[in-house]
Design a protein around this ligand. Sequence first.
Ligand code: FE2
Length: 221
Amino acid sequence: MYKVIVIRVCDKEFINYSYAIYNDEGTGILVDPAWETEKILSTVDEIQLDIKAILVTHEHIDHTNLAEYTSAYYDAPIYISAEAKQFSNINSKRLMFINDETPLLIDKLTIKPLLTPGHTKGCISYLINENLFSGDTLFIEGCGMCTDSSSSPHELFNSLRRLVDIIPLSTKIYPGHRYHAEVGQEFSYVLNNNIYLNITNEEDFIKFRMRNGQKGLMDFI
Ligand SMILES: [Fe+2]
């Protein structure tokens, strides 16, 4: 049985969702730890988790800000895609690179990395049991913007279509940000409420993703 703790973290205009996931034995993993050191450490402490890995979904600072710190604090490796590393400023001897979708076995926790480029070239989503940590690839109500130098709306379209094909409907979705819906909705809910998953023509998707006059990048809650 796996449990997920949602940790909402902020810094000025940034609002992010970091996560801890753990099993019955208290072996835990942090996903995208950022901004609020005390909040993250005390959450882990409260339930006495033994943190064994830090997973990073992509290189943007609001997802990597405390990766190095928590990695050193818990003496745990940081996993990031090789593509994302070249654009990140993480500098740690505990860095581990993900190049493909070979499952990671950390203690008894099995993690399935899914290469989901588009928001950036190095975006990874992590499927852990029935929980998908989707970073900025997939939000409950949308998907990441394609404004980075390594962004590709073509790749994002393919990544999202692939998630539609392979993710079971009961999987809970934990993104890096949210607008109005709570994180942790089942994928069936996301399919019914996310327009980006319902545009099946690539050209239409790219036009819509790249349209003018979109809301601000940091318009999260
Ligand atoms: Fe991002």
